[in-house]
Design a binder for this molecule. Structure first.
Ligand SMILES: *Cc1c(COP(=O)(O)O)cnc(C)c1O
Length: 462
């Protein structure tokens, strides 16, 4: 008889991965190069170094090195909260009465409550190694700011977080958490930057936006000595750091001889999903497996399922380099949605490429269906999931129910990116029956597409 799989698939400290896996090295078609917005030529390390740490620039532009050794100074912090539990969802399987085996990788056990710490740690570490004294960033929902505050406290460097004003008012506890770790949190737009002052003069009552907070953080990084800007998703180096999720998941599944048929994750900018699937996708590309991969995005912000494949800016202020990605246009403003971490107009160029080449499937879900899945999961597995993570739960439940219909015994793995303790307003709205589902019309999407830059690269078929 086969040995029973434990509820938690442990990895000892010796079995923990010591390498990040750079999926780009094994992709047959690489993501398109990032372009300088002025010259429209591929960016060089020199172009990026005034904004980002040197080591991160190197990782960003490296399409060839497969395995990158994780420095001891980073492993030290990873060991404090990793490996993240890989859990067999026995209770959920029973609840659904499905023949499928369901597993989830739980990234919400650290205090910041999400997978974002996996990239915050190396980003703060490299900044300190390079003699920097301060970092700036933006945060919308607050998970990235919280993770970076933890990491900068550990490595003893300063941090200024521009938090979207409306979000800082709605989530005061997130702000207090960041301040506990020593970060300076400013509601954006603020009076501390030229761009902030300009926006405030034009719209005194504005609640701010992620695009505006990015512009403020960038400006401050550029004008402060020994200071750089850091970003928590979308970019190649962030996906590289997040490959620790997939490396651990694969090590644990291999240890128990389990082969996943289906891997599911939510997708905002694509970092958790890109990290979770990386080593499995490498095998699929090499023809060694037939694992399927599914990205789940909110119907209110559907970049992979309804976006354009084009070169676009990363921010509303149109100041960043151009990335070829699935995009709704940097001027697209998603309707207020409780999955704050999924409200981004673009998608990682790696995931975009994989989707375009048929390796990655994508679907979108409306938020009331997502919360129904969240509550069903919470009741049986006990964990209160973040609204973002619940998009993956919804798809995993649907797939498991499909197995019940067909009798197939698929192995389903999904990424549980975080916990929802700071999202109780969303749960209150769901329980009160006052949650709304806004799906943008084609006309609304057209307005966003209208903000995609009209450059020669976007006029050629791709
Ligand atoms: C930020 C966030 C996401 C989405 O970001 P990705 O870069 O797409 O992974 C998902 N879940 C949680 C809990 C988050 O904080």
């Amino acid at each position: 008889m086969a040995k029973k799989i434990p509820t938690r698939l442990y990895l000892s400290e010796e079995e923990q991965p010591r390498y990040w896996y750079n999926l780009r090295a094994d992709m047959k078609a690489k993501p398109d190069p990032i372009l300088h917005p002025g010259t429209l030529k591929p960016v060089t390390a020199q172009d990026l170094e005034p904004v980002f740490c040197k080591e991160l620039v190197k990782q960003e532009l490296d399409d060839d090195t497969r395995l990158i050794e994780i420095p001891e100074g980073i492993l030290e912090f990873y060991r404090a909260y990793r490996p993240a539990p890989l859990i067999r969802a026995y209770f959920l399987e029973k609840e659904l009465d499905t023949p499928a085996e369901i597993y989830y990788k739980h990234e919400g056990t650290n205090t910041s409550g999400s997978h974002k710490l996996n990239s915050a740690v190396p980003q703060a570490f490299y900044a300190r190694e390079e003699g920097l004294e301060n970092l700036t960033t933006e945060t919308g929902a607050g998970q990235w700011g919280s993770a970076l505050a933890m990491a900068t406290a550990f490595y003893r460097i300063g941090l200024t977080v521009y938090m979207v004003k409306i979000s800082s008012e709605q989530k005061p506890y997130r702000k207090a958490l960041m301040e506990t770790y020593g970060a300076k949190v400013l509601a954006s737009p603020s009076e501390t930057t030229e761009v902030g002052k300009k926006i405030l003069a034009e719209n005194p009552g504005t609640g701010g936006s992620l695009g505006c907070a990015i512009s403020e953080a960038l400006e401050t990084a550029m004008k402060t000595p020994k200071c750089r800007y850091v970003l928590g998703s979308v970019l190649n180096h962030v996906l590289l750091h997040q490959s620790i999720i997939g490396q651990e998941t694969k090590a644990a599944l291999d240890k128990y001889g389990i082969k996943p048929d289906l891997i599911i994750g939510c997708a905002g900018g694509g970092s958790n999903l890109g990290g979770l699937i990386a080593p499995f996708m490498g095998e699929r590309i090499a023809g060694k497996s037939s694992t399927r991969f599914i990205a789940v995005e909110p119907a209110s912000c559907p970049s992979l399922t309804r976006g354009r494949y084009a070169y676009d800016f990363g921010d509303t202020g149109k100041t960043t380099p151009l990335i070829r990605m699935a995009t709704l246009g940097s001027g697209f403003i998603p309707s207020p949605n409780h999955a704050g971490g999924l409200r981004y107009h673009g998608m990682s160029s790696i995931l975009t490429r994989l989707h375009k080449d048929g390796y990655l499937e994508a679907r979108s879900e409306i938020q009331s269906d997502v919360f129904q899945a969240a509550v069903r999961f919470a009741k049986v597995e006990g964990i209160l999931p973040a609204p973002e993570s619940s998009h993956a739960i919804k798809a995993a439940i649907d797939e498991a129910l499909e197995c019940k219909r067909t009798g197939e015994k698929k192995v389903i793995v999904f990424g549980l990116t975080g916990t929802g303790y700071f999202d109780m307003t969303a749960y209150i709205s769901y329980h009160a029956g006052s949650m709304t589902d806004h799906v943008p019309t084609d006309e609304e999407l057209q307005r966003g597409f209208g903000t995609i830059p009209d450059i020669p690269q976007n006029r050629q078929p791709v």
